[in-house]
Design a binder for this molecule. Sequence first.
Ligand code: ATP
Ligand code: ZN
Length: 304
Amino acid sequence: MSPPVPAAARDRLRIAIQKSGRLADAARALLASCGLSWRESRDRLFCYGESLPVDLLLVRDDDIPGLIADGVCDLGVVGRNVLLEQDRERRAAQRAPAFREWRALGFGACRLALAVPDTWTWQDARQLEGKRIATSYPALLSEWLAAQGLAADVVQLSGSVEIAPRLGQADAICDLVSSGATLAANQLKPVLTLLESEAVLAGPTGSFDDPRAELAELLLRRLDGALRIRNSKLLLFQASREAVPGLLPLLPDAEAPTVTRIDGSDGLALQALCHGAVTWQRLEELKRAGARGLLVLPVEGMLA
Ligand code: ATP
Ligand code: ZN
């Protein structure tokens, strides 16, 4: 069923995200952290943008690259695995590229891995020669097999790939793995990684040549700020002048700190934006190295 949406309006940006599933909540939260808000429509397939002319289309993740290719939506949040699979599919059918990754978004991490039964003694990829490999990613798997010079049968399945070896449908599988628990529960073990994946912002191969260009640029700037500060903290503390050189290397992935003199004392006040993890252990190390009055503050926004 195709979603009931108005015809593409060129002065509004339309972003497709997963309606429900692993990427749905994080995609929406990330866009909301860029200052976007929407009026919900009753069927919740289309959300009208209120704070900015940026609308959401809620769809199945597999539909997102095609919607971009057809110009039904302008951008989308989708797993790199889905985007690349559909890109390779187009390539195999000798169709021109129609979408690409614009930004990696830092959530939905997983990998596309080859897994074999626990009972195999794994040495190298040549063991796959002539075997049947079940997967939902036939284009990526075929590309990898060709690059390795291997001939194997690719058995395309749309789901439950991990039970294929037990059902006798395949000898090995190529599937998405995050913790590996599903593989283990099916007496399989991952042996090779074909692709490291995460959620990405996907868009057309070119750029927009109407008011959407400016909107997309604004969104990307905000997105870059939001991604950069995702795990960042502002660290405030005081120290003596002599202690400062020993303290700076302890700041986790920090930008150059602001240093101010404290009136009426020879102490300094420091303020550092840290992009690395500010752990208790790190705070204790800083204290031992002479930092006093340590304060860790959350960062809500950043515009470079
Ligand atoms: P839809 O109903 O939208 O088609 P789906 O069932 O195909 O949903 P999900 O299972 O929600 O999709 O997965 C969406 C994406 O989440 C995957 O394409 C992948 O990029 C990412 N992901 C992260 N970890 C995993 C995992 N362990 N297994 C599968 N996908 C994962
Ligand atoms: Zn899907």
